[in-house]
Design a binder for this molecule. Structure first.
Ligand SMILES: [Fe+2]
Ligand SMILES: [Fe+2]
Length: 219
């Protein structure tokens, strides 16, 4: 008859495999555990890494928002970009506070995603005509892609901070998260209130006929 070895796999540690006579290895394990406790956990390292990512991303975005502000042609959008540029300055300061709360110096780590999103915004500026509302409609979408990236990251960071019992850090990160969400909504409002409709009229040609024809051909 085989003996059941519940919960243990080859090469894995299981509580059932510990024996009293193995006191030497038990002391060694305790020392190893103590050593591990003084090191940051995988989750703590990941959290710190994401803070560094956002510290880079927010600073890159400060320059990006300046460009967006100069490229758009409506006052409403310019004001929205300027408002968010000022908020973004505070996002940088808040990240510095969170670094301090976990005993780390603020440090930036290259964020490929933000670099890519800002590069896309540059392409939009180069490929659209100055003074058109088509450009403004496109810039809103470019900016919303950035906001959604920030919302995903800050949303995750808030949850991780709560999980790690970092109440103050979670509060600080949530303030920024709320501002990113607010900006996303404000940009949607601006797009829907007049920019998209006016951009649609700049071309002078509607695709409605094509769509109606395609629908009638399909059924
Ligand atoms: Fe931000
Ligand atoms: Fe933002």
């Amino acid at each position: 008859m085989k003996t059941a070895t519940r919960g243990s796999k080859p090469g894995k540690t299981s509580a059932g495999t510990m024996h009293a006579e193995d006191s030497t290895s038990s002391t060694a394990q305790q020392q190893q555990q103590q050593q591990q406790q003084s090191q940051p956990s995988y989750l703590q390292r990941f959290f710190t890494d994401q803070l560094k990512d956002m510290y880079y991303a927010e600073q890159a975005l400060l320059k990006g928002l300046e460009k967006l502000k100069n490229a758009c042609s409506t006052e409403e959008l310019e004001d929205a970009f300027e408002k968010h540029r000022r908020q973004t300055e505070r996002h940088v300061t808040r990240l510095e506070k969170v670094f301090k709360l976990i005993g780390k110096k603020p440090e930036a780590k290259k964020c490929e995603a933000m670099d890519g999103l800002l590069k896309e915004a540059d392409t939009i500026i180069n490929e659209t005509t100055e003074g058109t509302l088509t450009r403004d409609a496109a810039l809103i979408i470019a900016a919303q892609k950035v906001e959604h990236y920030e919302i995903a990251t800050y949303g995750g960071l808030v949850q991780l901070a709560i999980t790690m019992d970092l109440d103050r850090a979670a509060e600080i990160l949530e303030k920024t998260l709320n501002e990113e969400e607010g900006t996303d909504l404000l940009l949607t409002d601006i797009a829907e209130s007049f920019i998209n409709v006016n951009a649609e009229q700049e071309g002078g040609y509607s695709w409605k006929k094509e769509e109606m024809q395609a629908i009638s051909n399909a059924f």
